[in-house]
Ligand binder design. Structure first.
Ligand code: GDP
Ligand code: MG
Length: 658
């Protein structure tokens, strides 16, 4: 296929606006499918996985293609929910342009604005499709003015413009043309056509199309617009990479099938429908099946078998992938998402994918005890496939913790574990990672002395403890004078002190932001030992903390909530009730952005609560900000829980001993 006859687009927009249905309509009109499917029946090419079929909603970015006259259109159908933002970010790296789908009855929604912003950040030329115009009471003019007010004044329904109006819109985006026009020279149709196309490619004009994905109305005109206005892979926004040997040196990729091969791995899939597939976008040159490529990121050559074009879960074998193609390769061993592939003699390294930090986490509890190994294996496989999903092991609580972009995201992962790996788990509320610290100075003695028949144990230290500034960690000073403790036992005392710090003194959390000074002590010629001084140090530390006004520190999160204005009051009240405080507000189109700081322990159910307060129209992100002193009442609760669990543990150990 000639590179001029290739288009690639990513379908973006609010959840439920009709992206998947539009893709289905395109495929059916281009005869890529024999029978048009429907989201409601779970029969679309794009939403093929069990979780998409049961939820009637996209979760994964799917790849589709159709041939429209002599042009091949490659489609990335992206999910609309913020929980699956990772899929959108990946898809944006594969496509040359974006189609923003707007529900005519709802107008511009939170997800529409987010989609618009992401397409803009990626520099992708965009077409807007106002969908669901078959519905009763649809007001296209109102939807359009909403788009013009919230997204861009340069969004226009080209078909509705009269000839002089069109001239003005186009001339405004092209200085040379404008001058000609103002001088009164007539502009030819060819001039206008070329200039209009360039304006769309440069994001100066955004064509708006209208129609219905369900009845196919307007979709032929939409396909025409894709061919007419959207860039081919050579006309797309320029692509830069860097020289892997000199990362500061930028290289502009020559977007041509004749130049050296370069490609970027934007996604990997391993599911029961397609097996293990690596998805790549070829930016330049070409790659033949049954050859090899050079993986710049891993610095190795990897052999490949077949190359496939994907039509949802179906794979069509092709002989080669060249400039502009979005293809899949099966069973790669070393190549993973975000890797750069290139000609070995002309290596280039693309910017890796950058994903948002996980916003929520939960502990994982197996429903059956025998499943523990299977669970760890399943979670690690899911995390390798979805880089916004993270699995960690909490050293302190000994719990397996999963983190993701929202509770829907975590719920989907639990479903996948069951369906794909046949293991069932419950998600719990993880313990917050508290820390302990002190509020004043103290000076104490730690003395360990055992005398039992033969050789005894003797260690004796005096320490001073004082608070340090937040996030200064731990400092140890040795000010022992005149050999009160032999030099070789000082590291022993320090080791005991550090160990006790890691274990905590009041609630089992690490002690931070303290300075401990070893000031004095005594020893015994025969009975003193490394072990005795370690124990003495630990005893001293625990005693010192207890006397130095211990407090608990809790993690505080930076939270950003995007929501329609009418919910502002409810949201700020809710943030107050979570011991949070507002730190600012911003406006994004029709939405408000609320910035606040809230203790992590108060945020566990936030995804659900926000959804119910805003009827699903709000979204939020959150990331760690700092540690702050937890209020006394909360600290008291945590300390008594800790003491109770410790008591329980001791009784348990005692019982086992007998
Ligand atoms: N009446 C009508 N309903 C539509 C249209 N397009 C999509 N829908 C319905 O809207 C819902 C969401 O569609 P879907 O394609 O899954 O939206 P997506 O989340 O943006 O992919 C489904 O129930 C579709 O049947 C349309 O043009 N007209
Ligand atoms: Mg969808």
């Amino acid at each position: 296929m000639d590179v001029k006859n290739k288009r690639s687009l990513i379908l973006l927009g609010h959840a439920q606006s009709g992206k998947t249905s539009l893709a289905e309509s395109m495929l059916s009109l281009c005869k890529a499918t024999t029978r048009k499917g429907a989201v409601a029946d779970g029969t679309t090419v794009s939403d093929y996985s069990f979780d998409e079929i049961t939820r009637k909603s996209s979760i994964n970015a799917s790849l589709l293609f159709c041939d429209c006259r002599d042009t091949r259109i490659q489609i990335v159908d992206a999910p609309g929910y913020a929980d699956f933002l990772g899929e959108v970010l990946a898809g944006l790296r594969a496509a040359d342009s974006a189609v923003i789908v707007v529900d005519a009855t709802a107008g511009v929604e939170v997800g529409t604005e987010r989609a618009w912003q992401m397409a803009e950040d990626a520099g992708l030329p965009s077409i807007i499709f106002i969908n669901k115009t078959d519905k009763d009471g649809v007001d296209i003019a109102r939807a359009l003015s909403d788009i013009q007010n919230s997204l861009s004044k340069k969004a226009v329904i080209i078909a509705d413009l009269s000839a002089p109006e069109l001239v003005e819109v186009v001339a405004e985006s092209d200085d040379a043309l404008l001058e000609k026009y103002l001088n009164g020279t007539a502009l030819s149709v060819e001039e206008l056509t070329v200039s209009l196309r360039q304006a769309v490619i440069k994001r100066k004009i955004f064509p708006v199309l209208t129609g219905s994905a369900v009845t196919d109305k307007g979709v032929v005109e939409f396909l025409d617009a894709v061919l007419k206005y959207l860039p081919n892979p050579q006309e797309r926004a320029k692509v830069t990479a860097c020289n892997p040997l000199k990362p500061e040196e930028n290289i502009e990729i020559v977007l041509s099938p004749e130049s050296h091969f370069s490609a970027f791995v934007f996604k990997s899939i391993s599911d029961p429908y397609v097996g293990h597939l690596t998805l790549l976008r070829v930016f330049s040159g070409s790659l033949l099946s049954n050859t090899a490529f050079y993986n710049v990121s891993k610095q190795l050559k990897e052999r490949i078998g077949h190359i496939y074009l994907l039509q949802g879960k179906e794979q069509r074998q092709v002989d080669l992938a060249s400039c502009g193609d979005i293809v899949a390769i099966a069973k790669l061993k070393d190549t993973v998402t975000s890797d750069s592939l290139a000609d070995e003699k002309h290596p280039v390294s693309f910017q890796p994918l950058a994903f948002p930090e996980p916003a929520i986490s939960a502990s994982v509890h197996p429903k059956s005890r025998n499943d523990e190994d299977k669970i760890a294996n399943a979670l690690h496989k899911l995390a390798a496939e979805d880089l916004t999903f993270k699995v960690t092991h909490d050293q302190q609580t000994k719990e397996l913790i999963v983190s993701g972009l929202g509770d829907l995201h975590l719920a989907i992962m639990v479903e996948r574990m069951k369906k794909r790996f046949n293991v069932e788990v419950d998600l719990g509320t993880p313990k917050v990672s508290y820390k302990e610290t002190i509020t004043k100075k103290a000076r104490v003695q730690g003395k360990f002395k055992r005398q039992s028949g033969g050789r005894g144990q003797y260690g004796d230290v005096w320490i001073e403890i004082e608070p340090l500034e937040r996030s200064k960690g731990f400092e140890f000073l040795d000010k022992v004078f005149g050999g009160a403790i032999p030099r070789n036992f000082i590291p022993s005392a320090e080791k005991g002190i550090r160990q006790a710090c890691a274990e905590g003194a009041v609630a089992g959390y690490p002690i931070v932001d303290v300075r401990v000074t070893l000031v004095d002590g005594s020893y015994h010629d025969v009975d003193s030992s490394d072990m005795a001084f370690q124990i003495a140090g630990a005893m001293a530390l625990r005693k010192a903390v207890a006397e130095a006004g211990p407090v608990l520190l809790e993690p505080v999160m930076d939270v950003e909530v995007v929501l329609p204005e009418e919910f502002l009051g409810a949201i700020s009240g809710d943030i107050n009730s979570r011991r949070g405080h507002m730190i600012g507000m911003d406006v994004m189109g029709k939405s408000q952005i609320v910035k606040a700081q809230v203790p992590a322990s108060e945020m566990f159910t936030y995804a659900n609560d926000l959804r119910s307060i805003t009827g699903g129209r709000g979204s939020y992100t959150m990331r760690f900000s700092h540690y702050a002193e937890a209020p006394h009442k909360i600290a008291q609760t945590i300390i008594s829980q800790y003491l109770a669990s410790k008591k329980h543990e001791e009784e348990h150990a005692h019982a086992e001993h007998h």
